[in-house]
Design a protein around this ligand. Sequence first.
Ligand code: MG
Ligand code: MG
Length: 276
Amino acid sequence: MIVCKSASELVRMRTANALVADVLGALEAMVLPGVTTLDLDAVAESLVREGGAEPAFKGYRGFPATVCASVNEEVVHGIPSKRLLKAGDIVSLDVGVLLDGFYGDSALTVPVGEISVAAAKLLSVTEQSLERAISAVRVGARVSDLGYAVQHYVEANGYSVVREFVGHGIGAKLHEEPQIPNYGQPGQGPRLAEGMVLAIEPMVNVGSATVKILKDDWTAVTSDGNLSAHFEHTVAVTAEGAEVLTRRSSESNHDGDNLSVTTTEHASMFTVLPES
Ligand code: MG
Ligand code: MG
């Protein structure tokens, strides 16, 4: 069942998701050569708790951190470490919080110092594919319209869409129905209705779409070692279209605003597995 949120529940979801956006904005500004992903995680946890919230990922099935930090060929669910970020890296940062009974969830991939033209294009295409999906959000649209929008744009740019993880409904639970694959034909799946809240999160690979899980039982990496990027927004379906609840102040203007989760169980926590 897809849970539609009441107006008062949406108010609480706005607050939780605005906190996620603020935390990610702060982390984005911190990303520089020489910083470690553990440094980022410590700041994230402080900001989450100062905001009156709980980290949504920390302790969940043993995940040890507030942030999923995935560097270069890491796709999602990277564990923060003492690894020094270096110029030319890209790092995907995913943050979830629980505040006043509701979850927020968002992610972005950040360049470390100067990055290659190819890496910059990957980030741009992945972020734009998310915006394409957000633009497809409207009452009466079908869930698969979102994945179609992502896949069409990504593949037109020569990249591939990860299949092993999908977006998800979000609310009083971190992962609710529906699952939102980042691929597929349009016009399929449930119809979007006012009050639904969706975490849309394309993961895009430069090379093959396939991923594997490292021995830490969490980190998903591209099977061919090529770069991967991940952008995620939590979006409410409104009468006017999409309301992005996790928009960061650092993001440029978006027309859509206010207008219009391996094959292993444990790795499905923060980015949902598609139904088999
Ligand atoms: Mg996330
Ligand atoms: Mg998510």
